[in-house]
Design a protein around this ligand. Structure first.
Ligand SMILES: [Zn+2]
Ligand SMILES: [Zn+2]
Length: 448
């Protein structure tokens, strides 16, 4: 049995075909269940569906516009399925289908459909993308040999492989707890943006009106801009989208048009849902103790990127990664800082905990497993100081990051102390080894 996206279904076959348009006489609003949705209204819903089922093969209740609509599902055309089996034989069977006899009225809250154009930068269903030579003006392109299309392993940035470039995007900003703002950003408004940065001699980076800067709405929901995440996947919201930035792309397409297209690219229904929720995670010190208990190293990488108007692509702010790794794991295999808050990095680390523990199991069966330990309650060997709040590792790490601005700084907490390292052109270079983080800061002449 399968239901429609906004309703319930009772059926004896598996498929619901595309609904026919228009609302016929069988499409009945329920005068008794308005406003209830589920729960108390479920008994009359079942009764009404049962009544319809006496006449047709299936029935569906659709909750729309604050009331139930009942739709009969008569038999549709059967579907023949033929499949080759592993033994080389062919199996055949006929599957029954149901179709909606009629469609409930369109919801009153539904706006105009969002139009779209076919993506000019890819061939849908293939890996072919518009070749970069079209921008460069390269006549003898070695990538496409003049075909203007080249195979690529990456998702099409113009349409997210959907093949469509929408004319607008519906943006929902929500705290996932009952509060939501919905807005429609159309590409036909007039907002040329103001120049905010750019490469010397190049076209400027433009910043759109406040309406398009989600970062400025974060405070109204009680969160930091870094806490805005794409509800589809949970990744931090892209900086350009958060700040209303549009980078030059060598074309004359207006800034707002490019901004809206980018916001909508690859999103079903051209809909962007932004969750504004401050991550609730244990403190970083708890991860250090967890690493100690499991016999794993904890690598905390942080960077304090300063704003630089001459490098508009680089995003200013503090970036983090927290990772539990097996002792001896090369630093090059540990993630660079990519999350905008220590809470987000700790949350990600804990979501990956099972993988980290699994990866730490020795491949050699002769090597014994580490027995999990309970760290002593009065001392924290991983930060080298008593655990009752003398040094907050987060504060100490930020102190380190400030001391090395614009650099990747990593503190690797190991069984016998910690190593502070910096990322250089040739790779990770240790700067100081110490019994704990406080001692490391002391060795660098920094006050913990
Ligand atoms: Zn080319
Ligand atoms: Zn495309």
């Amino acid at each position: 049995m399968r239901g429609h996206a906004d309703g319930r279904a009772v059926s004896r076959a598996d498929d619901l075909w595309r609904p026919r348009s228009g609302c016929g006489p069988w499409c009945l609003p329920d005068p008794t269940a308005a406003g209830t949705g589920t729960g108390a209204g479920s008994v009359p819903v079942a009764r009404r569906l049962g009544r319809l089922l006496r006449r047709v093969g299936g029935a569906q209740a659709v909750w729309r516009d604050g009331r139930w609509w009942y739709v009969p599902l008569p038999d549709g055309p059967p579907v023949d399925e033929i499949r080759a089996t592993d033994t080389g034989q062919v199996s055949w069977w006929r599957r029954g289908t149901l179709v909606r006899a009629t469609e409930p009225p369109a919801p009153s809250w539904q706006g105009q459909p969002i139009g779209y154009a076919t993506c000019p930068d890819c061939v849908p269903g293939t890996r072919l993308r518009r070749c970069r030579c079209l921008l460069d003006g390269d006549q003898d392109c070695r990538h496409c040999s003049g075909a203007a299309l080249e195979p690529s392993e990456f998702v099409c940035t113009s349409c997210g492989d959907s093949g469509r470039v929408p004319e607008a995007v519906t943006v929902t900003l929500t705290d996932l707890d009952g509060f939501a703002i919905h807005e429609l950003w159309r590409a036909d408004h007039d907002d040329p943006g103001v120049p905010v940065a750019g490469w010397p001699g190049g076209a400027p980076v433009l910043r759109l009106d406040r309406r398009y800067r989600l970062a400025e709405r974060a405070a109204t929901l009680g969160v930091r801009p870094a806490d805005l995440v794409d509800a589809d996947g949970g990744l931090p919201l892209h900086r350009d989208l958060r700040e209303g930035l549009v980078f030059p792309d060598g074309t004359t397409v207006p800034a707002l048009v490019r901004f809206v297209r980018k916001a909508a690219a690859g999103r079903p229904g051209a809909r962007l849902i932004v969750a504004a929720v401050r991550p609730v995670t244990p403190p970083l010190a708890a991860v250090l103790r967890l690493g100690a208990g499991l016999g794993l190293d904890v690598a905390v990488t942080v960077t304090d990127q300063r704003p630089d108007p001459d490098q508009p692509l680089r995003e200013a702010g503090r970036w983090w990664s927290v990772e539990l790794v097996a002792p001896g794991t090369p630093d090059e295999r540990i993630s660079p800082p990519g999350l905008p808050s220590v809470e987000a990095a700790v949350g990600f680390c804990l979501r990956m905990l099972d993988g980290a523990v699994h990866a730490a199991v020795p491949a050699d069966v002769q090597v014994p497993l580490v027995v999990p330990q309970m760290p002593r309650p009065d001392a924290d060997p991983w930060i080298g100081v008593p655990s009752r709040g003398v040094v907050d590792p987060t504060v100490a790490l930020l102190r380190l990051a400030r001391h090395y601005p614009d650099r990747f700084v990593r503190v690797r907490f190991q069984a016998d102390g910690c190593v502070v390292g910096l990322f250089e052109r040739a790779g990770w270079v240790p700067v100081v080894r110490a019994a704990g983080l406080a001692a490391a800061l002391g060795a660098l002449g920094l006050r913990p």
